[in-house]
Design a protein around this ligand. Structure first.
Ligand code: ATP
Ligand code: LTN
Length: 332
């Protein structure tokens, strides 16, 4: 790893229910872009506790998420992978950034508005300041590029605003990062409700494809995918269900939407559903096998995590120290 390379940072919440959306919106692009960057990828366990976690499962889910990164092709020659909670600087910088973020701007975050409208009075404060912790995750590493799904665009804008604000006050403390949002696959939709984002916390079990789903399950979910009552396969605004299937195929195969639409001319929706299921199964099968191989050696995974955290902490500490100094904390 040379420091001359640009820096790429991203994270996913640790869960054993990673979705096809997480994969196509984020993980697959990490793998695609990693060679050109010095990369820091982590399981955001500090973010995960903004909703109640089963303590017995959280650590396992962190290992599972990291095994999935490796199985997807993350290469330790380019990337440092770790658990967010192991690198204390994330929480420390988040506190500082909290003092430079505004209630107004955080109140406008749509993810917060969505989640808080569901939770009501008992909404944890951490859900409100969630984007500030995300900003800390990114700014600690002097990051150039952050590959994420479309739902994170607003959080990236906030990250940039806070970085610019602090740079204006104290001089250049942070690199101002750019988001990388893929052209196709940035917003994979729920198969049962194609107007909503595919998410791990869906109401209907059939709506989300999980990376651990066996082929039969994948086939069932795609066959029952909600589409409109038409017949012709086109990429049109009034056909969100069909568009979603075409997006999924395009994000996996790299074929253009136009090309795919042409290949379905004269064919029924059923063809599109079955073929999408096959393409997804073929993509996920090797990923599942490799994830299990990595999980079979937990000791090795723990070692990778420990090493990753140590390397990340060194990089993060340089930024944190500069920030503490600029603010005027007594030197340590
Ligand atoms: P969820 O809605 O499932 O709780 P999330 O977006 O809150 O997920 P993560 O699981 O941490 O949180 O998401 C990690 C990454 O996956 C982010 O970059 C996010 O943009 C991306 N992502 C999540 N869902 C989708 C989706 N349906 N389509 C494309 N990208 C997605
Ligand atoms: N908030 C993101 C996950 C996340 C992240 C990050 C992504 C936390 N910290 C830093 C990129 C960079 C989400 O998808 N819910």
């Amino acid at each position: 790893m040379t420091s001359a390379k640009k820096i790429m940072v991203s994270g996913i919440q640790p869960t054993n229910k990673l979705t096809l959306g997480n994969y196509l919106g984020a993980l697959k692009n990490w793998v695609r872009l990693q060679n050109e960057y010095e990369c820091y990828f982590f399981a955001v366990d500090l973010h995960a506790i903004t909703s109640r976690q089963e303590p017995k499962e959280l650590a396992d889910n962190t290992l599972f998420a990291l095994a999935t990164y490796l199985a997807a092709g993350i290469n330790l020659d380019h990337a440092t992978i770790f658990a967010q909670s192991h690198v204390r600087q994330h929480a420390e910088l988040a506190w500082v950034l909290n003092c430079f973020s505004y209630m107004g701007e955080l109140g406008r975050m749509t993810q917060f508005k969505d989640k808080s409208s569901r939770a009501g009075e008992t909404i944890p404060v951490g859900l409100f300041t969630y984007p500030v912790l995300m900003a800390a995750d990114i700014l600690l590493y002097q990051t150039d590029l952050v590959p994420v799904g479309a739902d994170q665009k607003q959080h990236l804008e906030l990250t940039r605003d806070v970085a610019i604000r602090m740079n204006n006050i104290y001089g250049p403390l942070f690199k101002v990062p750019e988001p990388y949002i893929p052209k196709v696959g940035a917003r994979i939709m729920d198969l049962q409700d194609p107007e909503s984002k595919m998410s791990k916390s869906v109401s209907s079990e059939l709506g989300a494809v999980f990376l651990s789903d066996p082929p039969k399950e994948i086939e069932k979910k795609f066959k029952r995918a909600v589409t409109d009552s038409g017949a012709e396969v086109t990429y049109a605004p009034e056909k969100p269900g069909i568009r979603n299937l075409l997006d999924i195929q395009s994000a996996i195969t790299g074929r253009s939407i136009d090309d795919l639409v042409k290949s379905y001319s004269g064919k029924m929706y059923g063809h599109l559903k079955v073929e999408t299921a096959t393409i997804v199964s073929d993509e996920l099968r090797p990923l599942q096998e490799r994830t299990q191989q990595y999980l079979a050696d937990k000791g090795e995974l723990q070692r990778i995590l420990r090493e990753g955290a140590a390397r990340a902490a060194t990089k993060a500490e340089a930024t944190l120290k500069a920030v503490y100094g600029a603010i005027g904390f007594a030197p340590y």
